[in-house]
Design a protein around this ligand. Structure first.
Ligand code: GLA
Length: 756
């Protein structure tokens, strides 16, 4: 990641051209990223056949330059031996004048022009009225683990460079594109993809994707891929919980969760986005993804370059479970801050559900003492500490410490938290402003708006136009000051509404829609600069619930908040869906009070802990109301979590029984990377008609090794041996003693030497 400093111009208009080009280059979305030490990928080009081969130990991705000079996909799937040779690419024969080769040939990146009738990768318009763009191969470069292919329009000086970076360990390929305008006028980009992925021709495909709403995020949807197009998208200015930018496609008839081929991917973009899955008239499937083309326009000046976000995709032959594990590994080893060794998540306490906006020095200190007594490692003060913030109607934007609540500033609280052996975290919502704030009174023009039109409020707040250089500077400077003046280890970065009236009146007319891109680039730029200047500060991406979780924000933040719904039973489904795309290690999961505010459901403290221990454990309960037994239970379970957290946060996740389709049970297993242990969490909604709990068959163990079982909470059946082979735990399986309603248990198996 390039973290060089971009100096903005301090006003609401666009910086003049050279700075804009610089800006675009600086924030080229996760162009960098760590490379884990592991198996290598190879990239080769056969100059006789003009065929490219990108091989990893698990996958092969093969393309050729055809007779029309298009770059055409030839194969994407499991690893093929080197001895398999591919003939030169040949475009598909046209079926009729209606279905021409330009439309039916599975090209890597198509301009909208000629007879292209499927979703284009790029659509531009020129000031002379021309909107035709036909891209052809010009040259390529293999530079270590990166292949770049340069393409150009057949007559105009518009260049597109396609980037391919394979990860040897997972086989995941990171693709992005850069559009360069070498004509002598500005052009407008009307639609742009990071990549187009072509799947092998097939008729039995099933698409999985993730949908949701506030407090009900991460539902896994499944549907057959039919002729025509399915569009997953957000038009909200941000990632959104309603669709998440992730897809997985497998063979409906043949696969189960741990077997069969799956093509999957995630788009790294935190603004409005779209992923389309299209089956064409020849039953070929292609997946296109990038910023949403709805209401989109990007002004690319003469000499300007536009770098797309990255679209990362892979192939697994181990079903959807294998696909998730590859993505998790990729995120941990190459994407997250600190990759390939991102820090383990500390157990945190957050005051939000205990105190709401009613925070003050005395109250927070009292909670901190109680939190420290159960083994909490990070104490986080949530909303309410700044400006005139008493509720959600006022104060956002005024980032000074409220002197009634904290007469001596934040320092005494921070020192107290440190003296208790914890580090300190703070809630912020930098991109928002309440109309009832000093900031808004001073700068009413700083919000997204159309002149003379309503400014629609959500949660009584408006969205600051972060695309404006002055707003960007304000946000960066207050955060930098906060982190410089206070010993803060962690920011919970919130974003509690979506956009409305996305206008930028201060920008020239033909640049106003650039807000969709520049806002996100500035967000990434601020995060990157803060990380560079304050390298020990960790950041959580929170947006009400999981409304800003994607591979783009994950490159710059250490953890994410999946949902405001903290009911431990609802969380089983929410967390299950989340882990299809994202690693359990970044998934914050708090233990909160019972009955839950969300649905009035009552659950035991043990159940609530075991649900949260499937991710990164936090506590959000009102500790002032806890009994001494509650403190003892919490202390014990936090201690247990710490012993298994590396396996849960970094391990290989197997969904042994998913809570989907109304299942009464849910079981997850995390296997340590080095295989030394596996940790299992099992949940029962209700037992029925004397049926026993289904036998649990572990996965991912060494068949020939021996493992000792240790029950962390709950009971296994009396016949369970204290130790047995991996084969036994996987093939014979284990019976759990779970009966009743809302019951949970956890155990681990640990590898032992033959003579232990
Ligand atoms: C959002 C977050 C909550 C809390 C509140 C504070 O809803 O998701 O966890 O921080 O904002 O206002």
């Amino acid at each position: 990641m390039n973290t060089s400093t971009y100096r903005p111009h301090i006003n609401g208009a666009r910086p003049h051209f050279p700075c804009r080009v610089l800006l675009l280059l600086l924030v080229f979305v996760f162009a960098g990223g760590a490379q884990a030490q592991g198996p290598k990928a190879t990239i080769r080009f056969n100059s006789t056949t003009r065929v490219f081969r990108i091989d990893t130990p698990r996958t092969s991705y093969i393309m050729g330059i055809n007779e029309a000079n298009e770059v055409q996909n030839l194969y994407w799937g499991g690893r093929l031996p080197d001895s398999d040779q591919f003939a030169a690419a040949k475009s598909m024969p046209g079926a009729a004048s209606f279905d021409p080769p330009m439309t039916t040939t599975p090209v890597e990146y198509a301009g909208w022009g000629g007879m292209l009738y499927v979703e284009p990768s790029l659509k531009v318009s020129f000031p002379d009225g021309n909107r035709d763009l036909v891209l052809q191969y010009v040259s390529h470069k293999i530079d270590g683990d990166q292949l770049s292919i340069v393409m150009k329009d057949i007559s105009r000086e518009v260049y597109v460079t396609l980037y391919y970076r394979p990860d040897g360990e997972t086989g995941i390929l990171r693709r992005s594109a850069e559009v360069e305008n070498r004509t002598d006028t500005a052009i407008t980009i009307e639609q742009v993809s990071a990549a187009t992925w072509n799947l092998p021709r097939g008729t039995d495909y099933r698409l999985r994707y993730l949908t949701g709403r506030w407090a009900g995020e991460w539902t896994v949807q499944e549907q057959p891929v039919h002729p025509g197009k399915t569009v997953l998208e957000s038009r909200r200015g941000t990632t959104g919980a309603q669709n998440n930018p992730w897809f997985a496609i497998d063979y409906e008839g043949e696969n189960d969760s741990e077997r069969g081929g799956v093509w999957f991917g995630g788009l790294g973009w935190s603004g409005s986005w779209q992923i389309s899955v299209e089956q064409d008239m020849l039953q070929q499937v292609r997946v296109n993804g990038g910023p949403n083309s709805f209401d989109f326009a990007y002004h690319l000046p003469k000499g300007g370059k536009f770098g797309t976000p990255a679209f990362c995709a892979g192939y697994s032959d181990q079903g959807i479970g294998g696909a998730s594990r590859l993505l998790h590994r990729y995120e941990i080893d190459t994407l997250l801050p600190g990759a390939p060794k991102p820090k383990l998540r500390p157990v945190l306490y957050n005051s939000w559900e205990a105190t709401g906006f009613d925070v003050n020095e005395v109250g927070q200190m009292a909670l901190a003492e109680k939190a420290a007594s159960i083994g909490i490692e990070r104490f986080v003060m949530d909303d309410g500490w700044f400006g005139q913030r008493k509720d959600d109607r006022a104060g956002l934007g005024d980032w000074y410490v409220n002197s009634q609540k904290f007469p001596h500033g934040l320092k005494p609280l921070i020192e107290k938290v440190h003296s208790l052996g914890m580090d300190f975290g703070l809630w912020v919502e930098p991109e928002m402003v309440n109309p009832d704030s000093d900031l808004y009174h001073k700068h009413p023009d700083w919000v997204l708006n159309f002149t003379g039109r309503p400014r629609t409020e959500g949660r009584n707040q408006l969205v600051l136009n972060l695309a404006r250089p002055d707003v960007r500077a304000y946000v960066y400077e207050f955060l930098d000051k906060l982190l410089t003046e206070n010993d803060i280890a962690f920011l919970k970065w919130d974003y509690n509404r979506n956009w409305s009236e996305p206008g930028w009146p201060a920008a020239p007319l033909d640049e106003q829609k650039d807000v969709y891109v520049d806002f996100i680039h500035n967000l990434y730029g601020i995060l990157a600069e803060l990380k560079a200047k304050h390298p020990n500060v960790e950041i959580e991406s929170c947006s009400g619930g999981g409304s800003r979780v994607d591979l783009g924000i994950m490159h710059l933040t250490d953890e994410v908040w999946p949902s405001d719904n903290t009911d431990a039973y609802d969380r089983l489904s929410i967390q299950n869906g989340f882990t299809y795309a994202y690693a359990p290690g970044v998934m914050m999961a708090w233990v909160t009070d019972s009955p839950s505010w969300a649905n009035q459901r009552s659950l035991s403290l043990e159940y609530r802990f075991l649900s949260s221990m499937q991710g990164s454990l936090g506590i959000g309960s009102n500790l002032n109301k806890w009994s001494s037994e509650d403190f003892a239970t919490a202390k014990k379970m936090i201690g247990q979590y710490k012993t298994v957290r590396e396996t849960v946060q970094r391990g290989e996740l197997y969904r042994l029984i998913t809570p989907e389709h109304g299942s009464e049970q849910s079981v997850t297993e995390s296997v340590a990377r080095d295989g030394h242990e596996a940790v299992v969490f099992a949940f029962l909604h209700s037992s029925n008609e004397l049926y026993p709990y289904p036998r649990v068959h572990l996965e991912g163990l060494d068949r020939n090794a021996n493992y000792r079982i240790e029950v962390l909470d709950g009971r296994v059946s009396g016949e369970t041996p204290s130790r047995a082979s991996g084969a036994y735990w996987m093939d014979r399986g284990i019976d759990l003693d779970l009966q009743g309603d809302f019951r949970a248990m956890a155990f681990r198996v640990e590898r032992v030497n033959a003579n232990q």
